[in-house]
Design a protein around this ligand. Structure first.
Ligand code: TRP
Length: 371
């Protein structure tokens, strides 16, 4: 979708996103208090990313809970396009997916769309993409999914499991639908034109595995919603349930605007960054601060527009400390360097721990792979 001031498509997110408008345009539902209370009842606790509204929108999540209540287990499905290294903006929804897996004790399918990234990106050969796929898988495993309940599918390796489902889907989708949904043109390569059916296929894989229609819940950033829209349109015609979704916002980059992006490495913290390099990025981050200390003391700063604030809030601080930080920031009693130090410390600690888990993950790759 291209709106005045911002763009959100599965391949590009730019500008300052108006999430309420996005929900209206996409026709998804906001997660309201009632749904939050229900999730809490089933899951035992509300994940901070839900409480803070980072996961903010859904399709049929209430239905997933109805089914769960009746004893029907759903599968989780999420994915990663291996176009580069993983940064904290990618990790966040995965951490949330792990919370869902642990709370509901359900299976997870994790798709690696190496085909998509090969087809979409100019100038990246398949060797490079395969290397990223392997590296990204280490990150996924390091997040801590249950090995006995999680399977990773690499499109080019496990296509035999997806292809029969993908062609069922492809047969029901016209070129004019995918062209309109994804903005394809007559110069789009034909691999990309089929690809939506490949990303849709894992939604129905649980039904194949279980041998009966099986609910599927997809945690993903909201830019992926076009895929699920077209999948939902064909699901029932093919004898499956419509896949349900829970959508996140985007983690801002450390620069002025837009989501954290691998194409602007200085504004993204990669899981493979040396902790000291990450620290420097944080210290150079854009903030919501005033040009001078005197002005900041007088006017306060703009926490709402400050990536440092949001990182701390989403990843590292509890709600109460974050609320206090907000108040102090707005009143001018807190200066930007103090927040930067707090974030730099937290990021360094996080990366050190994560990188150890990431090394351990090397021995676990085979266990996680789809057979
Ligand atoms: N297309 C996604 C990307 O570029 C990868 C992906 C595949 C995905 N299947 C998914 C993301 C399911 C979320 C949920 O990153």
């Amino acid at each position: 979708m291209k709106e005045e001031g911002f763009t959100v498509t599965p391949w590009k997110v730019e500008g300052e996103v108006d999430y309420t408008r996005l929900v209206n345009e996409f026709g998804t539902q906001l997660i309201d208090e009632e749904l939050l209370a229900r999730i809490k009842r089933f899951a035992g606790r509300l994940h901070p990313l839900l409480k803070l509204g980072y996961f903010f929108s859904h399709r049929d999540l209430d239905w997933i809970l109805d089914m769960y209540e009746k004893g029907e287990r759903f599968y989780l499905y999420t994915g990663r396009g291996p176009s580069g290294n993983v940064h904290l903006g990618h990790i966040l929804p995965w951490v949330f997916t792990k919370y869902l897996q642990d709370s509901f004790n359900v299976n997870l399918i994790f798709q690696i769309t190496d085909d998509e990234k090969f087809l979409y990106t100019d100038g990246r050969n398949m060797d490079e993409i395969s290397r990223y796929a392997y590296e990204n898988i280490l990150d996924i495993i390091a997040v801590g999914f249950k090995p006995e309940k999680s399977k990773i599918i690499v499109d080019t390796k496990h296509i035999n499991h997806l292809y029969p489902i993908a062609i069922e889907i492809a047969k029901k989708l016209t070129f004019s639908t995918v062209r309109a949904t994804f903005g394809f043109t007559s110069s789009t390569n034909i691999g990309m034109i089929l690809f939506p059916a490949i990303q849709a296929a894992p939604c129905f894989l649980p039904s194949k595995i279980e041998g009966k229609p099986t609910p599927c819940l997809i945690p993903a950033a909201i830019d992926q919603d076009p895929y699920w829209r077209i999948t939902r349109d064909v699901a029932e015609k093919l004898g499956y349930y419509k896949p349900a979704q829970i959508h996140s916002k985007f983690l801002p980059g450390l620069g002025m605007q837009g989501k954290m992006s691998s194409s602007q490495p200085e504004t993204a913290i990669f899981t493979t960054d040396e902790p000291e390099v990450a620290e420097k990025k944080v210290m150079n981050a854009f903030t919501g601060g005033q040009p001078t200390i005197a002005l900041q003391r007088r006017l306060g700063a703009d926490a709402y527009r400050c990536p440092v604030f949001w990182y701390l809030r989403y990843m590292f601080e509890d709600e109460k400390s974050s609320d206090e930080r907000y108040v102090k920031c707005r009143s001018g009693s807190l200066l930007c360097y103090e927040c930067k130090y707090a974030l730099a410390d937290a990021v360094k600690r996080y990366l050190k721990e994560f990188q150890i888990k990431r090394e351990h993950a090397r021995d676990m790759v085979d266990r996680f792979m789809f057979d």
